[in-house]
Design a protein around this ligand. Sequence first.
Ligand code: MRU
Length: 355
Amino acid sequence: MRVDGVPMRTVWWAGRGRVRMINQPLLPHRFEVVDMPDYHATAEAIRSMVVRGAGAIGATGALGMAQAAVEAPEKDFHAFIAQAASELRGTRPTAQNLFYGINTVLAAIEREGAAINQAREAAIAAANAVCDDDAACCERIGEFGAPLLADRRRVNTHCNAGWLAFVDWGSALSPVYRAHRDGVKLFVYVDETRPRQQGSQLTAWELGQEGVDHAIIADNATGHYLKAGAIDVVIVGSDRIAANGDVANKIGTYSSALAARANGVPFYVAAPTTTIATHTPTGDDIPIEERSDEELLYAWGWSDDGHFIRVRTSPSNSRGKNPAFDVTPAALITGIITEKGIVPATPEGIASVAR
Ligand code: MRU
C-alpha cells in the first residue's frame, strides 16, 4: 500500500541480519521506520507492539527466526534456534499467525539437518516467503471480498485489520481497498478501538493514505449506527479462527457481532488461512491475552508542543482489567473471507480451506 504515495510494506528483511519495520505506536503523528539488529530486538518489538496485527507479527516472527539462524554459532546452532523459537513464541499468545511464521522457518531450518550454511540460507528464504505469501493472500481476500461491497457501501470495521496489521493489503480492509481502486465510492465507520486505539490511530491513517472516505466513531456508537440503518456491512479481521468457526479478534468484536445480528446486518470476518488453527477445537480453547491495565488507565498522545506524552485519565487508586481479545461465536458470523474464497463459519467450511 502507499505512504505519501510511495508503495511500502509493514515489515521486511533488510539484509545482513537486520529486520526493518514501521514504528506503529508513533502513527498517525509521525512516520518512522526502525531497524531491529538481532532477534531479541525483534521479539521485543512484537511484545511491545512496535509491530502488531496478526499477519504482521506472523511475518515478523518468521523474520526473527531468520535473524536467529544468521546469529546462531555453528557449535550450538540447533540449541540457539530452539531458544529463539521459544522466545519469539512467548511474545504474544493469541495470534495464530505468529506460531505459523515461526514454525514455517523452523521446519525449513530442520530440513537442512547438519548443513548450517544451507540452513541459514533456507531460513532467510522461508521468512521472505512467509512475507510474500501474507501479502498475496491478503490481495486475494480483497478480490473475493470486494463484490460484497458493490451494493453495501457503508462499511463498519473494528480495530486495525488493514495493511499495517499484515505485510500488505490487510484482511478486513483489503476488500475496501480493492473496491475503492475499482471506483466504488465507500464510506467506512472506523471503531476507535479502546484501549490501544488501533482504529482511530492506524485504520483511520491507512484509509486517509488511500483516499477512502471515513469517520472515527467511539466503540460504543457502533450499535447506535447499526440500529439507525447507517451501516450496510461489518467486516473485521481475526487473530485466530478455531476449527468450529469461532473467531478471536480484538476486544469489542463480539459486541459488534451481537449488534449486527440484532439489526440484520451481515457480519463478515476476513482472514488468510494462516489464521486458522485446526488444533484449536473451539473459541473456548483460544488463549486470550491479558495486557497491562496501564493501557486502560492512561491515554497516550502528542502534546501541542510536539511531545509524545501519557496522561492518567482515571483515579490514581483504581485498577483496570484489560483483555486484548474476545471470541465471536461462529453462529454470529455471516461468512469468512479467505484467499481461497468465502466460506461459512462451520467445521466443514473451515476444513475446506484450512492448510
Ligand atoms: O493487539 P493487536 O493490535 O496486535 O491486535 C490484533 C489485531 O490487529 C486485531 O485484532 C485485528 O482485528 C485482527 S486482524 C490482524
